[in-house]
Design a binder for this molecule. Structure first.
Ligand SMILES: Nc1ncnc2c1ncn2[C@@H]1O[C@H](COP(=O)(O)OP(=O)(O)O)[C@@H](O)[C@H]1O
Ligand code: SF4
Ligand SMILES: [Mg+2]
Length: 315
């Protein structure tokens, strides 16, 4: 059996905010095979970035384990590079592009100065940036170029896993589409695996092989992109899909996303999604649902996941 590149095993991370406990990551398990691209989706506040930081070693799980390439993650490591949501804030504004990317090269391996410059230029070329940007500061670049510099800096460290947190959300449509095409390309050329965090399902559909849907600190559905998007088993996934209609109007779902993501400091008993679920029954208010396997790696955490025809939302 092939070893998973990444295994997240029953991981918890709670923040304290004043007197309340924010259950940001509340018992998450997931796996990523080598070469896979996993999309982590969910509304804002569902715990995606916290989970990303735990995987990157920037936060330490309070319970549970994260195994990368067979070893438990303990702190930041070169093989896992995290590209932050907001590249403008993440890149030191007082460093030129050359120095920023050179830092990535140095994180990868020691090399003589002349070779380092060659590496920087090659990495910039790989992300479609011309040598002219070497002497520029982040403030002198466009948003799309800054994201490419952040990506180049991460790639230069020769990681095995790239964590991309909302990589296109700050870009306009054209720059976003170009960056996505680039992500598809570098995944192949650099033999990378991705964990791509996004609230936009269209982005995940385009770039990922697998998807995990997160709601209020838990993964509610996971599986291959094709299976989850064509036969979503959880009502939350259905709502998300309905809120991001597919281009073909015949397939468009006539549902609007209702309610708001629950406050992670006040998570409801039973199934935490029940206040927003059109299918909720008494059992949902009493008992948290267990994960149910639907086959081919597709799993859903819902009391009624196995029932094929679910009323109300889909034909
Ligand atoms: N440093 C922090 N201190 C307290 N609460 C936090 C902190 N960071 C995030 N949170 C809270 O944890 C929850 C999950 O946040 P986050 O992981 O950023 O979610 P997402 O990336 O899905 O938007 C949110 O309710 C957020 O307000
Ligand atoms: S367990 Fe109940 S409330 Fe939760 S998603 Fe399933 S049907 Fe809805
Ligand atoms: Mg986030």
């Amino acid at each position: 059996m092939k070893l998973n590149l990444l295994e997240v095993k029953n991981v918890y991370y709670y923040y304290t905010a004043g007197k309340s406990l924010v259950r940001a990551v509340d018992g998450v398990s997931l796996t990523l095979p080598p070469g896979g691209a996993l999309g982590l989706v969910g509304e804002s506040g569902s715990g995606k970035s916290t989970l990303g930081k735990l995987i990157a070693g920037l936060l330490v799980p309070q319970r549970g384990r994260i195994i990368f390439s067979g070893r438990q993650v303990a702190g930041v490591q070169r093989a896992v590079q995290y590209v932050f949501q907001n590249s403008t804030a993440a890149l030191n504004p007082r460093m030129r592009v050359e120095a920023l990317v050179a830092e990535g090269v140095e994180a990868g391996r020691k090399c003589p100065r002349r070779e380092r410059k060659k590496q920087v230029l090659a990495t910039l070329a790989a992300v479609g940036l011309p040598p002219e940007v070497l002497d520029r500061y982040p403030g002198q670049l466009s948003g799309g170029q800054r994201q490419r510099v952040a990506l180049a800096r991460a790639l230069a460290a020769e990681p095995k896993l790239l964590l991309l947190d909302e990589p296109v959300s700050s870009l306009d449509v054209t720059a976003g589409a170009r960056l996505l095409a680039l992500l598809l390309k570098v995944r192949k050329t650099h033999h990378l695996s991705y964990l791509l965090i996004s609230h936009d399902l269209a982005v995940v559909r385009q770039v990922c092989t697998h998807v995990a849907v997160m709601y209020a600190g838990k993964i509610v559905e996971t599986g291959p992109v094709a299976a989850v998007f064509s036969r979503p088993g959880h009502y939350y996934t259905r709502l998300l899909l309905a809120a991001h209609p597919v281009p073909d109007p015949a397939e468009r779902l006539q549902v609007e996303i209702v309610g708001e993501v629950c406050d992670p400091a006040r998570i409801p008993a039973g199934c935490r999604f029940h206040p927003r679920c059109i299918r909720a029954e008494a059992v949902c208010r009493r008992r948290p649902p267990a994960r149910q396997e639907l086959g081919d790696g597709h799993s859903v955490t819902c009391h009624f996941a196995a029932k094929k025809s679910l009323p109300g939302v889909f034909p």
